[in-house]
Design a protein around this ligand. Sequence first.
Ligand code: MUC
Ligand code: MG
Length: 401
Amino acid sequence: MKVRTMQGRFPIERIEARILDIPTIRPHKLSFGSISRQSPVIVQLWLTHGTSGFGEAATIGGPSWNEESPESILHAIHAYLAPVLLGQDGGCFETALARMDAACKGNAFAKSAVEMALIDAVARSLNLPAWQLLGGKRHQSLPLAWTLASGDVHRDLEEAQLRLEQKRHRIFKMKIGARPPAQDVAHVTQIARGLEGRATLTVDVNQAWDGNTARRYLPQLIDAGVTLIEQPVARWNVEALKTLTATLGDRASIMADETVCTPQDAMVLARAQASQVFSLKVAKHGGLLRTRQVAAVAEAADIGWYGGTMLETSIGSAASAHVFCTLGAQHHGCELFGPQLLVDDIVTQRMAIQDFALQLPDGPGFGVEVDLAQLDRFDRARTGLTPVHIDLGQRAASPST
Ligand code: MUC
Ligand code: MG
């Protein structure tokens, strides 16, 4: 039998992952389709002295937001990432990332879930909050956006109204790009009128428009009151982002999301002056440490940051909050509202929201306690649910005649 040598102060003993299936409170409509279920991959990592930590990677609509799916993430973790980490010193985070990179190209979401569980486990064994291992916190709370994505003006306005009254959200992001642009402008204009003077409005086009459409319709959205515009064009279309930033940048900020994944992507955008804000997401950057690298490029290039989400449960959202709270002052708040979009959660207590801001949980690790019974309840291995597919609706339904 092969005997594994245990390395360093925090040897990694065991890594397990599973897919959960959690329904959303309402259909969530994006430019590329609609979802009614999230399928996060949850990782648990044990150190030899018994402490364990949790990590998460969530995708939206299987592999429809980018290349990774819950099933590919689970496979990458079990087949390629866990084997190169077992027995290694978990305290050497960069070495762990290098080993995962050497064993497996890409697969940023899968790596981020493992790195998250590792940082949680090491922080817990030191009885420290994770932010302490990530450079120290600079914010105790962050303004928290909510996404209006029901597709219906009245429902969107009702949702926004309630959240304003509850003092939970006063930044609202609208997901557009599924309908003809003129209809989107009409929808956003109605919402802007209904919320005038009480909220900040942003839109996420999720790559749906080409450069010409964006040049024509974004000024109309800005006239309606939109101040932050996320990923209006395809992720490869840096030229269009650059033109939009140069022509509209003094009236609203252009934010890159799908275009900015690696630190190298960040450098390309910074050199081209192709966006004023980066949407940071732990999963697409490949973990908490890489998120800090992308944020460092942003800071050096005078680009702001926004704390993005892939609609994670409270595990991934709390981990994201820990790294976002270590970043600089030039921010546009965050949208870590994933837990509120799900019918139920997998932690005993969610992060608090007060005065329109998410409060950083300060306990050991990511400061949230996982409810193991809830993990079992939603575990796909138990429920036998099949992979989630994005609902394309009328989009791409049949060839045009
Ligand atoms: C995205 O592209 O930003 C984040 C919030 C939301 O509603 O969808 C996601 C994905
Ligand atoms: Mg986005």
